[in-house]
Unconditional design. Structure first.
Length: 527
């Protein structure tokens, strides 16, 4: 009795259970090639990027914590920008009325355990201390206010009693006493100055900014939650609020039942937080895909850094550099008392030499981002450098040369331009997921396969699979069959997998989808 030849799926199963040097069709297995780099390289942080007054302090923090210096450096610059807020502005052109508010947004990207949060806590400590001091002062002021208010109430009550007694005999006197009781001015209740807003609703944040029209720092230890919250239906007004808060110089009005009308003369927020690589990558994919996140919110995080992590850890147990800390904290204390000009901000501008250098940078920069060579998402990000560069120059001038007749020199501008060059490499790393979207997920899928985590329902390692079998695992970036298919096809392009399309079923019915065979070299270590 003759046997029917095995069908396609049977041959696949035979190849999967008895892998050798040939594929099911008899051709040799390809030799896998290295996948393209998952992440483009970034520039390492140079301490010369920091103002003189901050450099030793940030260097000491990075050394003692053995964390990338990028983390405390970005945190320090953003924290200082929140103190300046809208109290000082930069006018990048000589005649134009274009003004830049120096509130900047920063984010640090890193896996859990790489000291993101501790590093940021160190550089936010001066703000925390300033807020504690402000609270202590407020408590004393509030106590005096309560006593003054009670005294005024007692005096008014006494006037009313006297008016009541005089009403029957001398109405003019009674009227005068009542006018005195009603005309007494009640002192305004003092409010504690806030420096940091943490986990707040946008309505509460609006109330805080109504009392702090010159600006605040919005800090989120994990930015992903905030970004995702604003993607939800019904949060459109919250997104609009944050988008406007980046500009730092525009008013905003809330009309809410229960809260009434809240008018904010200017919405000025500096923003800072941390986020994990997998989460920021998934968010970028959606942000550049035309979804709700595709409105430029992410691109406003100009000081976003995604540094390489040094794998070799060195135990450091040293006392903090007290002199460096005192020098840096003195800058925070000085900028906390920065005064505006009669309800208008201080206006700074470039020196003639710095103005010429700015024009020399701006023209080719604008020409580049108006071209077609860069990905649109990266263009959107880089376009925010129009504000970022002059804002950084102003920050550095207020730190190192605050008494320079409100002029920003060449040194501060060069430092700002160097930051832009450094930050651009981190932006390119961030948006690489949009330019080569399958690269990161292909690396992730290959690692899962090598680790034996791609298993069937029986727990056995799979040697051939359909994309849907990857999607059900719920791995980051691979939660849909389409994402799994793209990653698998890239692995097939480089020989790690072999794509197999079964022949049409002669009896009709639903055609079988593509199946991917795992190259035995993945497990044999011959790749």
């Amino acid at each position: 009795m003759s046997r029917n030849p095995p069908d396609d799926l049977t041959r696949l199963q035979l190849a999967a259970t008895s892998p050798d040097t040939t594929q099911p069709d008899g051709t040799p297995w390809p030799h896998p090639s290295p996948l393209p780099c998952e992440l483009p390289p970034v520039k390492a942080f140079a301490f010369a990027l920091l103002p003189d007054a901050l450099r030793p302090w940030v260097e000491d923090i990075a050394h003692r914590m053995q964390c990338p210096p990028d983390f405390p450096a970005v945190g320090a610059v953003v924290a200082l920008s929140s103190l300046m807020g809208a109290r000082a502005v930069m006018r990048p052109k000589t005649r134009d009325d274009w003004q830049v508010t120096p509130n900047v947004w920063g984010a640090v990207v890193g896996r859990p355990g790489v000291m993101k949060s501790p590093a940021l806590a160190q550089v936010l400590a001066p703000l925390t201390r300033l807020e504690s001091q402000a609270t202590e002062c407020w408590q004393a002021e509030h106590q005096n206010w309560r006593i003054d208010t009670q005294l005024i109430e007692l005096q008014s009550e006494q006037k009313r009693k006297e008016a009541k007694a005089a009403a029957a005999k001398d109405t003019a006197k009674a009227r005068h006493l009542l006018e005195q009781a009603e005309s007494t001015d009640t002192p305004t209740e003092p409010t504690a100055r806030r420096f940091i807003a943490n986990d707040t609703t946008v309505e509460k944040l609006g109330e805080m900014l109504e009392r702090h029209p010159w600006g605040l720092l919005s800090f989120r230890d994990e930015l992903y939650g905030l970004l995702r919250d604003m993607d939800k239906q019904g949060q459109e007004s919250a997104r609009a609020f944050y988008l406007q808060a980046y500009d730092g110089d525009k008013g905003y009005t809330f009309d809410r039942i229960g809260r009434g009308t809240v008018r904010i003369p200017r919405v000025c927020l500096a923003m800072l937080g941390g986020i994990q690589p997998g989460r920021i990558q998934s968010y970028v994919r959606e942000a550049v895909g035309g979804g709700a996140a595709d409105d430029g919110l992410l691109q406003r995080f100009g000081l976003l850094v995604w540094p390489d992590i040094i794998r070799e850890f060195k135990l450091v147990d040293e006392w903090p550099n007290t002199q460096a800390r005192q020098q840096a904290w003195a800058v925070f204390e000085r900028l906390a008392t920065l005064e505006a000009d009669d309800n208008s901000p201080q206006v700074w501008s470039f020196t003639p030499d710095a103005q010429a250098l700015f024009a020399q940078w701006l023209e080719p920069f604008e020409t580049e981002i108006r071209g077609d060579e860069l990905h649109p998402a990266l263009v959107s990000h880089l376009s925010k450098y129009r504000k970022l560069v002059p804002a950084l120059a102003l920050i550095f001038a207020l730190v190192d040369t605050p008494n320079n007749a409100r002029k920003i020199g060449v040194r501060e501008l060069i430092r700002a331009l160097s930051w832009a060059e450094y930050l651009r490499t981190h932006a390119e790393r961030l948006y690489a997921v949009a330019v080569t979207p399958a690269s990161g997920t292909a690396h992730a899928l290959l690692n899962k396969i090598k680790a034996g985590k791609l298993t069937g329902t029986d727990g056995a390692r799979l040697s051939q699979f359909a994309p849907r079998q990857v999607a059900v695992k719920g791995w980051a970036g691979l939660t849909s069959s389409e994402d799994a298919r793209k990653a698998s096809e890239l692995l097939a392009d480089f020989g790690w997998l072999v794509k197999f399309t079964p022949s049409p079923n002669p009896s009709g019915g639903r055609p079988a989808g593509d199946v991917f065979l795992v190259n035995p070299a993945v497990w044999e270590g011959t790749a």
